[in-house]
Design a protein around this ligand. Structure first.
Ligand code: SF4
Length: 383
């Protein structure tokens, strides 16, 4: 391993001013009952959901927040993701996509694998300005996927969404959950990704919250193996790879990149695919903000600590000044191993998992196998 470079003064991408991603849970209604569901999705729409007009006002707020600060100025406004539940359960979805797209936002959608996501409906959303579809695939076979989703036929609906998305020429993101239940399928899933024209493979590392509280998560050692497997895959995959709630992938990338540089080999960073991706780790409340179906503002859907509501408060004000949000962006407020770790500024551990495990948002992430020796200056940039 080559000597570590001196830390730069500031990260190249600063999330204090604005997030990279705003996720809006447009509804909690969903026909599925997935075993890992953080939202504890319900069969019918909540009568207190944000209305169409309130959705428009939220979109105005997202547009007004602007982009994160970068070393060369200001990035574009946040990527706006409409999620659920199943967002297809909202009849005004095309209106919301159209309004957001007209406001200059890049809009992505995460439909559930159900019959509601027809080709005609996706075509309508594309015409309204939709930029990307992200769909969950949690097993390499129909049986494995349907067992995880707890609905027979969900795999077939998911494949129909994938075909429609590709047929419409929309970029496709596949989301897969990593847990004890799905870990045995990792290599087979990677093989499937290599045979699908996906733009991004996003791996969600289980947080034991909502219905996911009853599922087993992988061990820290297994996580280390998964992250190294993903790094190896990233060197040859034609698609981008992203981890959610496993920011220690940034540590693996940093360590493996430096090892490759020492051997004169091209690095992950050089080859990284950047389609609609942040150039650094995005974490709960740190580049990321979640608005739930009734307007509550949280650092993440997996960290259900409500810090305000868009019906009465401004999203930018809460994101920038709320004490939990500002603490989540302060690597020196971290505790335990994460607080001592030199990777705390580019990783920082999953705040959702720390909260789910201990009740403390700044505690150490129990899914990380790295044991720091002593408190050192944090590394703040990859390159
Ligand atoms: S100890 Fe914490 S900050 Fe360091 S690599 Fe692990 S999760 Fe990240």
């Amino acid at each position: 391993m080559t000597p570590l470079p001196k830390p730069a003064a500031r990260p190249a991408f600063d999330f204090d001013r604005a997030p990279f991603l705003v996720i809006w849970e447009v509804t909690r209604a969903c026909a599925l009952a997935c075993v890992h569901c953080r939202a504890d999705a319900i069969p019918c729409r909540d009568t207190h959901e944000l209305t169409t007009e309130e959705g428009f006002r939220l979109i105005d707020q997202v547009r007004a927040i602007g982009g994160p600060s970068t070393s060369s100025g200001q990035a574009p406004p946040p990527l706006f993701v409409l999620t659920g539940g199943d967002p297809m359960r909202r009849p005004d979805l095309a209106q919301l996509v159209g309004y957001a797209s007209s406001a200059g936002l890049t809009v992505a959608l995460t439909p559930s694998g159900t019959a509601a996501a027809t080709r005609a409906r996706l075509a309508e959303l594309k015409d309204a300005g939709l930029s990307r579809v992200a769909v969950s695939l949690d097993g390499p076979t129909p049986e494995a996927h349907d067992a995880f989703r707890r609905v027979r036929g969900s795999h077939a609906w998911t494949m129909r969404i994938i075909e429609s998305t590709l047929d419409l020429g929309l970029p496709l993101q596949i989301n897969s959950t990593i847990s004890k239940l799905t870990l045995p399928y990792l290599e087979a899933m990677a093989d499937r990704m290599m045979h699908l024209p996906v733009t991004l493979w996003a791996l969600f590392f289980l947080i034991q919250t909502g219905r996911g509280a009853s599922l087993d998560q992988i061990s820290a050692e297994e996580c280390e193996r998964v992250l190294n497997f993903l790094y190896d895959l990233s060197l040859t995959s034609p698609f981008g790879i992203k981890t959610t709630e496993a920011p220690h992938y940034q540590r693996i990338v940093w360590e493996r990149d430096h090892a490759r540089l020492a051997q004169g080999l091209p690095t992950h960073s050089v080859e990284r695919k950047r389609q609609l991706r942040a150039p650094r780790s995005v974490g709960d409340g740190n580049g990321f903000v979640f608005v739930d179906h009734v307007g509550n503002i949280c650092p993440s859907g997996f960290l259900p600590v409500q810090r305000g509501n868009v019906r009465t408060m401004n999203l930018a004000d809460v994101y920038r000044t709320d004490d939990v949000f500002t603490r989540l962006r302060d690597p020196n407020a971290l505790m335990g191993n994460c607080g001592r770790c030199r990777f705390r500024a580019i990783c920082g551990g999953s705040r959702s998992r720390a909260f789910a495990a201990t009740g403390a948002v700044m505690a150490s992430d129990p899914l990380c196998a790295y044991v720091p020796n002593e408190v050192t200056e944090p590394i703040v940039n990859h390159a």
